[in-house]
Design a protein. Sequence first.
Length: 1136
Amino acid sequence: MEFRKLRLAGFKSFVEPAELRIEPGLTGVVGPNGCGKSNLLEALRWVMGEGSPKSMRSGGMDDVIFAGTGKRPARGFAQVTLGMAGAAGEEIEVSRRIERGSGSDYRVNGRDTRAQDVRLLFADSATGAHSPAIVGQGRISAIIAAKPAERRMLLEEAAGIAGLHVRRREAEIRLRAAETNVARLDDVIRGLEAQANALRRQAKVAERYRLLSDQLKIAEASVLYARWEAARAASEAARTSAADAEAKAGELTRIAAGLSAGAANASADLPDLRMAEAEAAAVVQALRQSRALLEAEGAAATKRVGDIEVSIAAIVRDLAREAGIDADARAAETALGTEKDALGERLAALEAGLPGQVAAAEREVVGAAAAEAGLGAAVDAHAAAAAQARAAAESVAAANARLARAEAEARELAGRLARLAPAPDTGGLAAVVAASAAALAASEDALALAEAERPAAEAVRAEAAASHAGARATLASLAAEDDALARRLAADAGKGPRVADLVEPRAGYEAALAAALGDDLDAGPAGSDAARRWAGGDFAGDPGLPDGVTALAAVVTAPAELGRRLAQVGVLEEAPTGAVLAALRPGQRLVSMAGALWRWDGFVDAGGRTDATAARLRARRRAAEVERERVAAQAAMDGAARALAGAVAGAGRAAEVERAARGARDGAARGLAEARARFAAAETAASRRAGEEASLVSAAARSDAELARLAGEAAAARAAVPASDALGGLSAALAAARGAAEAARAAVVRARGVAEAQGRDIETTRRRLAAIDVERAGWQRRLAASAGQQAELAGRVDAARAEAAALAARGDAIVRQIAGIAVQTATAEAARAAAGDALARAEAELAALAAKARAADEAVAAAREARATARAEADHQDAARLEVERLSGERFQCPPPVLPGRFGFSHGGGDPQALAAAFEALAETRERLGPVNLRADIELAELEAQARLTDAEKAELDTAIARLRGSIGSLNREGRARLAAAFIAVDGHFRVLFTDLFGGGEAQLALIESDDPLEAGLEIMAQPPGKKLQSLTLLSGGEQALTATALIFALFLANPAPICVLDEVDAPLDDANVERFCDLLDRMAAETRTRFLIVTHNAVTMSRMHRLYGVTMGEPGVSQLVSVDLQAAERLLAVA
């Protein structure tokens, strides 16, 4: 099988359709970190049947669908298609598509296919989602860290028995299912045999049941006839008693009517008396309210007078303030008039002197212009001479500067040669590297020991945690049950003392005690003040229970007052016989442990219902048991907690030892890396020093030649500098012209300043005159407003004084009115007291008459109750007779008088209780037969037919089991043979590849831990050049990576896969090892038909690829593929 191309659409970051062609040879995939290179590897594994989201670096399988970015929306599906060619060259296309929220489906050449079939297709070709040929990031380290049993999977892939494993697992699953079905069929056959035996017994019981049913019909008819006769006689007696009670009730009714009439007459006078008392109280209340209103009005008037006085004082203060404002306004107006006159005179003088100042400034400007012209001519002459001198000086300075720099460089070169550091000592650093490597090996041994001890400590901790959790759960369950029982018992705690709280039956006798006492358990104990209570009594003369019957008092602990009742109640484990029931004396009863009741008078209660009293007794017993169990559970949980604490501490110590060992290993690894870095740096420094020394010597020679040339240039520049006398005369003339120009400019500035200052003074004076007019108008408005305000305030003072005088007069009138109301209130209260006394006397007389009427009514009610009881008894007996007639009609389709003739018994009836006892005895006999299956014969025939079918099915399953066991044995033999052959081949290739990669040394593979190759583990032993033979885990990091790489390629040579994917396998290798790795890739590509897909960041590896694919992100979160064929590029270059 050949892999040819991989197409992606909507898969992870590849939102747009992309195609990766997998050509023969080495195909490289490069790109920055995080751009989506590993998504290509995951797409390949996903299309080959990967089912674990975790292996796809996803939280759920829907996460492989493009989730969207800030610029692109999320996609609803993802699809990956793998194009292949079969052994005969036929095209095979495997496609997997997933839709969000709908799961994924597989297609092979367009046809729907099961995921298991897709996995088998790839497994038979020595590849698949978990094939060793797909080496993801960290795979090399996983092989290194794997246990021997885990490494065996690599050997199984090389042997090509992954498909055999799948088929063997399916066969084992079918075998276990078949064996389970056989076991179930054996159970079914045994069950059918037991059912057949039971049906044969049931057929015999059915015949006995039919005979007893006939006898029960006759006994039931006798009981119904006797009850009908007894009910008819009792009904006639009850109607006679009802007539007597009717006469007595009439007489008592007449007496009660007379008393009620007297009470009605007495109550007729009460409304007038109540009205009089209410009217007197209303008058008193009205007078009190009037007085309260007057008192409130007087207080308000007094308060208002005080407020008015405060207002008058404030108004007087406002008048004084307005007078001050008036005086200030008049003074300000006078001052502003005086200021205006003075400013007018000053403005006239300033305006008269302004033209003379302006003319003087213009004359100064003309003189300044002539001085500036002279300065310009002097500046031009001086600038020309200065430029010539400056150019010559700059030439001299530049030559001197170049000469100085050349001398400085010469001195610097000489100093650098003198300062060169001595060559570093690389020999000592090499010894340090060797010592660091030894320390790393020792620390790795310690870490391996610590890692082996930690799982055992973790297992102990997990077991202790499970025990503690179980104990805690048990305690929580008991606590919850205890709370529930406490709430249930607390609901009855508020009902006062009861004997139910004082009795204690043995376990299992709660229902019997509840049936025996019933609601009597809710009565209070002796000595309590409850309305219903037990008083106790002497029971020395009570009859004993029938022989063989245990008294309930023997199984119940109870107060003494219940002893007589409990002694007369027998408790049985099953229903009593007729003889035992006949031996009961008046007051005695029998109860069963299930709660049934048989009383001496024939009353029977079959029980079976949920009894609240029994439940309460069980709850109380269970509460005590729960309390004991909680103590034990608490002790168990405390012990488990201590054990857990010890286990946690042990696991912590083991983890700490492992962390310390790992820290030591990491420190040793860092020390080795630092030592190697120092050694490499020393070699680099030595090489750099030699190159630098040669460079400095050459530079010094060039510097000497440059010095000689620059000295000649400096001498020529100094000779070209002009004389300085001519430049000095021009400088003096320039200074005189500049002084004359500056004096003229200063005179112009002074003249202009005087003229401008005078103009500004004129403008300021004019603005102040305008402001004075505005201010005077404002003060005049304030004078007018102040006069109006003073008039208004004077009016308010007069009004306030008048209001205060009126309020004082009203206060005197209120005082007089209050005195008059006080006299009226005293008179009204006396009248109300007299009316109240009369009303109280009338109500007392009415209460006495009402009490007599109630007593008479109670007597009438008692008589009527007796009459109703008699009538109810008569109705009850009639209802009982009618019920018997209904039962007779339902059971025998005839009235009771016809029953003796139909069933052949005498018309004399008989004792209903005796007849009922005989009926119950027959019913109990039939009941003891238990459930009766009247269809037993029919069911037995059907059961035998079903048993024959089951035997046939079991025979078929036995045959299938034999075939499956043979298939599994065949698969195991084939797997062992192929695995052994693969081991020999892989071991041979591994030895050769190891020697090639390391340039010497030796290595071998070994099967350990089991003699069965299918159960053994794969151990890797290696001996790099110059070292001893040791396990893979004891090698250095680079040696481990190269050894694991040799193992992977040995697997290829043993059973080449159609594709090999290497994701950054070369990351831990240095440049020399990368070259060896690439040489090995070239060899593998040439010797096998395997197509290599290599993800790398290493420039050496990139240069050795036949073609490169680049993965880029043109926009955040979206990956794109670009490609270049390096072999085609080399051919084009050769042609050019």
